[in-house]
Design a binder for this molecule. Sequence first.
Ligand SMILES: NC(=O)c1ccc[n+]([C@@H]2O[C@H](COP(=O)([O-])OP(=O)(O)OC[C@H]3O[C@@H](n4cnc5c(N)ncnc54)[C@H](O)[C@@H]3O)[C@@H](O)[C@H]2O)c1
Ligand SMILES: [Zn+2]
Length: 355
Amino acid sequence: MEKLSVGNGKNYDIIIENGIISRCGQYIREVANGRRAMIITDSNVEKLYSSTVISSLNDSGFETGIFVFKAGEQSKNLETIQKMLDGMANFGLSRSDLVIALGGGVCGDMAGFAAAIYLRGIDFVQIPTTILSQIDSSVGGKTGCDLKSGKNLVGAFHNPILVLIDPETLSTLPARIFNDGMAEAIKYGCIKSEELFCKLETQNPKDFLPELIKECIKIKKDIVERDFKESNERMLLNFGHTLGHAIEGYYNYLHITHGEAVGIGMVMVTKAAENIGLCKPGSSERIKSCLEKYSLPYETSVPLEDLINFCLKDKKRRGDDINLVLIREIGQSFIYTIEADQLYDFLKGGPNGQH
Ligand SMILES: NC(=O)c1ccc[n+]([C@@H]2O[C@H](COP(=O)([O-])OP(=O)(O)OC[C@H]3O[C@@H](n4cnc5c(N)ncnc54)[C@H](O)[C@@H]3O)[C@@H](O)[C@H]2O)c1
Ligand SMILES: [Zn+2]
């Protein structure tokens, strides 16, 4: 069992243990004394894991309700939240009861948001079941949903009271979704830990999932906790994301996954930094090979001009700055601020660069 304590003041535990979902009731009972637990899950995860979770909760004396939504980002909207809240009210969930998010990041973000606003805030527990949700979205307290005008535009900060991570649940993930999450693990290596990056380069992550998950969470936890003092730190988590989001946006969030787009973004921005001498030569090649190992793409045919238009969408005014996350070498990241209208030159390799 691996255990981490996260938070600022009001801490909560993250427990990583193979098979923990079949014992989740006991762990949840230690932190919650309510009578009812409302499980929120999606249509895929329901079939795989809800009965195990329900029977463990029942054994620990919880009366359980369940709300299932159709799997996928398309469900991450206010309409689903509304139905979720109605489901919670119909089940008679009171202020002392709790919500349990069982699923990937879509589920965790929505269940957390519903818990944040139902009766002005009730407790919730995260049981993340994708790599991405285990190493990223279940840590940091960000919850919410999308609007038609953009992703994650509505939300609240609401920390869970407990996060239970069962690495064994990852065995049922389709390969593409598993690899999608690995792109975020590679990102953590790039920004903070060469050691982690080397492991991802040379070993099979399936041989060390609990340690891998713990290492990634530790990096995010340190950054998120420090961010309360120095507000720039959290930005480092966005390595590869400025261009990644632009690539996702260009394809209307279809055909390419978030991790795939972020991987391409990491290579592009690192190559550009190498070209103007800000990053150790060879770093972008290393990232590229590592992505290849996980069948992740490392380049895009989207024209640079289109990507830049996406990046600058909200920054049309001249003189606006863009904060890019760069690495000096694998494991060392920093924020590099340029004027919006210098982005094209930077990505092209600078006035003296090659491309
Ligand atoms: N809150 C945050 O800080 C934060 C950070 C990063 C991403 N996110 C959000 O996370 C979401 C993406 O999360 P995701 O990649 O986990 O997507 P997801 O929740 O849609 O899960 C991906 C797919 O995997 C399926 N699935 C989940 N667990 C499974 C399992 N164990 N076995 C088989 N199939 C399984 C799901 O049904 C779904 O089809 C995005 O909406 C993103 O905005 C939030
Ligand atoms: Zn991401």
